[in-house]
Design a protein around this ligand. Structure first.
Ligand code: SAH
Length: 392
């Protein structure tokens, strides 16, 4: 068992149960822990702080599994943590048959994401800790859920920061020919092998439903539509027309399939493969306007280092969307950038309104849905923020 000591004064975050410790907080380590090994973490006086996974390549050198000295990090530990996460979601079954079962740090399992799509589980191992426990995690997940298949999508770029290879493929069972899910009564086909992330953006579930509730009679513009989540919600909400824009042709093909799975009126739906930054300007040149606009772009600021460039991008799309919005119209605008605070995002959007000469009211806020908890010890987990605005 390797023992890691923390520099004097740098133990505070661990005492507050923050799950990460950065390399700069550590005293020189005796021995040579391997990435993924469990280490015992002590303060400089030898007081116990926690059990953590060692990530030799990452700036985030330690991720805590437990702050309880009596706990052993073994198969039973992972079974207990997985079971706890799954049991906590039992009351959410009415939302549909797709759900985030394990949300990393905030579920006490740093670096592990598990999404359930019907009988299929999709696993993302985003750090050296869960990577080392891959087989155990698979065994226990299968035993706890009875899943028909477990598919790995550890092909996220953050793995490179851990010195881990990008990897995806089937781990257990076999994939059904198609994986269809139901979300608040709408059916979506999820491509777990080739879709983005784990296949679907479950975090926006409640927000899709809420935005759909504003769509009656509206001309809707859904920017960054992916497989049509907000578009279908708007059509079910009796939108008059929905224009959906994405740069991915594959996503748009999947969106068309989703539309037909629900028997929604295809003559009201237009799918456009384009770059949103350019397309918003084109719509303005054509003199178009809308009653409801959704902006759900990808992460422009993965970390705080990218915030400045990201700010310009958010400002730009929000400005053009506000210009395209009719008086009385609604804008649902999101950021999923971990590096951007809710305060900063609101400031940027206020700047867009100023430059667009649009008088905008804030009438609501969005977060990720309730299967994506945010531990109060881990504010970094609060990545999805959105504003619901109305043009006066
Ligand atoms: N709102 C969606 C999720 C959006 S994910 C849902 O509810 O499911 C972000 C999407 O933006 C991805 O589908 C990606 O293909 C698309 N995208 C990224 N950059 C883009 C750009 N510059 N223009 C248009 N689409 C873009």
């Amino acid at each position: 068992m390797h023992v890691v000591k923390i520099k004097p004064g740098r133990e505070k975050s661990a005492l507050q149960r923050h799950p990460w410790l950065f390399s700069g907080a550590l005293l020189p380590v005796t021995g040579d822990p391997k990435s993924g090994d469990t280490v015992k973490v002590l303060d400089c006086n030898g007081r116990f702080l926690g059990w953590a996974a060692w990530s030799g390549e990452s700036q985030i050198r330690l991720r805590f599994w437990s702050f309880d000295e009596r706990e052993t990090i073994d198969r039973d530990f992972f079974r207990r943590r997985l079971n706890r996460a799954i049991q906590q979601r039992a009351a959410m079954e009415h939302m549909g048959d797709a759900m985030r079962l394990v949300h990393g740090e905030s579920d006490g399992l740093p670096g592990l994401i598990v999404d359930r799509y019907g009988e299929v589980l999709v696993l993302q191992l985003l750090a050296a800790g869960p990577e080392a426990w891959r087989e155990v995690l698979c065994d226990e997940l299968q035993a706890l859920t009875g899943a028909r298949a477990i598919y790995e999508r550890s092909d996220a770029d953050v793995r490179e920061l851990e010195g881990l290879p990008l990897r995806s493929g089937l781990l257990r069972g076999e994939l059904p020919a198609v994986t269809d899910i139901t979300e608040h009564g709408l059916r979506y086909r999820v491509n777990v092998a080739a879709g983005q992330k784990t296949g679907f953006y479950l975090d926006q579930r409640a927000n899709r439903q809420r935005v759909g509730g504003l769509a009656r009679g509206a001309d809707v513009l859904n920017c960054f539509c992916y497989t049509g989540g907000f578009s279908l919600a708007a059509l079910r909400g009796e939108a008059r027309s929905v224009v959906s824009v994405d740069s991915s042709g594959d996503a748009l093909d999947a969106a068309r399939v989703n539309l037909s799975l629900n028997g929604l009126p295809s003559e009201r739906a237009e799918w456009v493969e384009a770059d949103v930054f350019q397309y918003l300007r084109l719509l303005r040149d054509k003199g178009r306007s809308y009653d409801l606009i959704v902006l759900d772009p990808p992460k422009f600021a993965p970390t705080v280092q990218h915030v400045e460039r990201a700010s310009r991008a958010y400002k730009d799309i929000n400005l053009w969307a506000m210009k395209l919005l009719r008086p009385g119209g609604h804008l649902a605008t999101f950021t999923c950038s971990g590096g951007m605070s809710a305060e900063l995002f609101q400031k940027i959007v206020a700047g867009s309104a100023w430059d667009a000469k649009a008088d905008m009211q804030l009438i609501g806020r969005f977060t990720a849905d309730i299967d994506h908890p945010v531990s109060l010890n881990f504010p970094e987990g609060d990545y999805l923020k959105g504003l619901l605005l109305r043009k006066v």
